[in-house]
Ligand binder design. Structure first.
Ligand code: UD1
Ligand code: BG6
Length: 371
């Protein structure tokens, strides 16, 4: 049921304040000082010791689910101190990459049925790793075959392009980071800031959804383009990959997400006054590096669209012209949840304006159950 919306993708983008609330429900526990400081992930509590002691945490997924894990990787590394590595499921299988008994392998899948992810799970089980699932589908193959896991509880997702599952996956993995990290005096302030940030996230996402008309207007400007680049780094490298994936899979426009730190090692050759480039430059520890990326792109007369934090519009684009999209600032590790929303809206509007099928893009399936 699409309710008042024309398409499922549109509905699912706009219901993210609610789906995020459901994802967190019952999992953030009020502390003694009336401040929430504890995370309860019922499905993991009996395995937390093993996860904490593991030598490595390996994220495994495909498509958007892989990107969500990439977004959560920095905070999991920071709070747990355990090295976190990333595997595209098919690539892990192609390489028969090393997985050990001392590893915790985390399988991220909206459907819980993706063949590549499922086969990678069977491979990790054979190799003796603790296997954890993060799925949206109770009773799915991945939910059943993992040793333990977390349901993201985002509600059924119908649009082939994943939107609300992506943001709920990131939130679950941020909660996983808090749970694995445990309470220490030294990280108490950081933990409280993240928990407060999680509480505020649905309202911040509601705020960023107000960019809908602005993104429709941007889509009108980009409607006839052949290609689009998206640059991000740090917490928002994943935003660049996922934003570009959304645009290419539904609007059928070529788009690539790139690590901004790699710009000068190749992609810079593409820059001219015609190719549209989105730069994610919200306020975090990488901000000054992104400012210098923007300056280098200006120097090559790049056609820039900059996503920045509210209040940074003037400073982010000094010395050149660019289109600025201002988003509310949240705790740095949660910023990918906010930043992806305007790019989801852009992909949606581009697709409708270009006259393509939003909910069932050409050649794609919601759940890819063959290898
Ligand atoms: C569970 C209940 C929820 C109830 C809550 C009350 C289910 C599905 N969930 O939620 O309805 O409100 O207790 O405390 O009944 N699992 C995997 N692999 C996965 C995902 C999950 O093995 O990929 C396992 C978990 O380890 C757990 C079970 O499935 O044993 C349910 O997981 P989850 O729904 O996340 O647990 P709770 O949030 O505790
Ligand atoms: C398919 C979908 O390719 O599978 C993508 O079209 C999705 O949207 C990918 O990200 C992985 O799916 P899942 O269900 O394992 O998260």
């Amino acid at each position: 049921n699409k309710g008042r919306y024309e398409h499922y993708m549109q509905k699912e983008i706009h219901e993210q304040p609610e789906s995020l609330t459901t994802t967190m429900r019952g999992r953030l526990i009020q502390g003694g000082s009336c401040k929430a400081t504890t995370v309860l992930l019922g499905g993991l509590k009996d395995h937390m010791k093993t996860i904490r002691r593991s030598r490595r945490i390996v994220f495994v997924g495909c498509g958007t689910s892989y990107n969500a894990a990439l977004a959560a990787r920095p905070i999991l590394e920071e709070l747990s101190g355990v090295p976190v590595t990333m595997e595209i499921a098919s690539d892990l299988l192609d390489r028969q990459g090393p997985i050990y008994r001392e590893d915790t392998a985390v399988f991220v899948s909206q459907s819980g049925e993706t063949a590549d992810t499922l086969l990678a799970l069977e491979y990790a089980l054979d190799n003796g790793a603790l296997c954890v699932g993060i799925t949206n589908t109770v009773g799915s193959a991945i939910a059943r075959k993992t040793h333990c896991g977390v349901h993201i509880n985002a509600g059924a997702e119908i649009g082939v392009a994943s939107t609300k599952a992506y943001t709920s996956q990131i939130v679950v993995m941020a909660m996983l980071a808090l749970a694995v990290g445990g309470d220490t005096i030294s990280n108490q302030a950081r933990r409280e800031a993240i928990v407060d940030g999680l509480y505020d996230l649905p309202s911040k996402v509601r705020e960023v959804l107000k960019l809908d008309n602005e993104m429709k207007d941007l889509a009108k400007q980009l409607i006839a383009e052949q290609s689009l680049l998206v640059f991000g780094r740090g917490y928002n490298y994943a935003t660049a990959l996922e934003g570009a994936l959304k645009v290419k899979e539904v609007s059928l426009m070529h788009s690539e997400g790139m690590l901004a730190g790699e710009m000068k090692h190749g992609p810079l050759a593409l820059v001219d006054e015609n190719l549209p480039i989105i730069v994610i430059a919200t306020h975090d520890a990488c901000f000054s590096k992104q400012q210098s990326v923007i300056q280098q792109l200006h120097a090559r007369r790049g056609r820039l669209i900059v996503v920045c934090s509210k209040g940074d519009a003037a400073s982010v684009c000094s010395g050149g012209s660019c289109r600025v999209i201002e988003v509310p600032q949240v705790e740095d590790c949660l910023q990918p949840v906010v930043n992806i929303v305007p790019l989801q809206l852009l992909a949606y509007h581009l697709t409708v304006l270009r006259g393509h099928n939003v909910d069932q893009p050409r050649n794609l399936a919601k759940s890819v159950t063959t290898q």
